[in-house]
Design a protein around this ligand. Structure first.
Ligand code: SF4
Length: 182
């Protein structure tokens, strides 16, 4: 029987090739949306809507976590902004592992592994730690070289494309240089 994996998805563009990869490895892939790190809410909804459209096109089951857990993101990050990405990974991957376990999946993984913008080593360490704590396998692959392949798949779909990682801190960093250089 095919092994089932729950793939945490951060956006449609990183999802496209990641799904192909795990399907090629023989996994039955379902996707999971839980991104309380995406601010503001309208941005979160734009990215979610793109993901829903991709899921339909790729015939991909998509589980959407209830609500918008943005206050929990800020509760955890407040006063520890320097470590915010690790905290952000812990929050999102922790919830994914929990959901995977509760719903009878064999493993969990994340589209963050395809992004050259993420802190890959911290991501790997966090995934392994959660895997040990929650007793469910974390599927790891360094997919960063396939980032443009993923973008290539979604290009003709004309999906909303984000300009920053997700949180207000990343939005600030993205636009601060432009604002100071006027
Ligand atoms: S920069 Fe990205 S990964 Fe880091 S905390 Fe913000 S949303 Fe999360």
């Amino acid at each position: 029987m095919m092994k089932k994996t729950l793939l945490h998805v951060c956006c449609a563009h990183c999802t496209a090739y990641t799904v192909e990869h795990w399907r090629q490895q023989g996994y039955d892939v379902s996707t999971f949306w839980y991104n309380p790190n995406i601010h503001p809410h309208s941005e979160h909804q734009n990215r979610l809507e793109s993901m829903e459209r991709l899921a339909e096109k790729m015939n991909l089951p998509l589980i959407i976590a209830e609500g918008y857990d943005m206050p929990e993101y800020f509760r955890r990050v407040a006063g520890k902004e320097e470590q915010r990405c690790q905290i952000c990974f812990e929050l999102r991957l922790g919830k994914t592992a929990e959901t995977a376990r509760e719903n009878g999946f064999d493993a969990f993984t994340t589209t963050l592994l395809i992004s050259p913008h993420q802190q890959h080593e911290i991501l790997l360490k966090t995934g392994k730690k959660i895997s040990g704590d929650q007793k469910i396998e974390f599927l790891y692959a360094d997919l960063r070289k396939r980032y443009s392949d993923s973008r290539h798949i979604t290009k003709p779909m004309d999906l909303y494309r984000q300009q920053y990682c997700g949180c207000v801190y990343s939005e600030w960093e993205r636009y601060a240089e432009r604002d100071t250089t006027g």
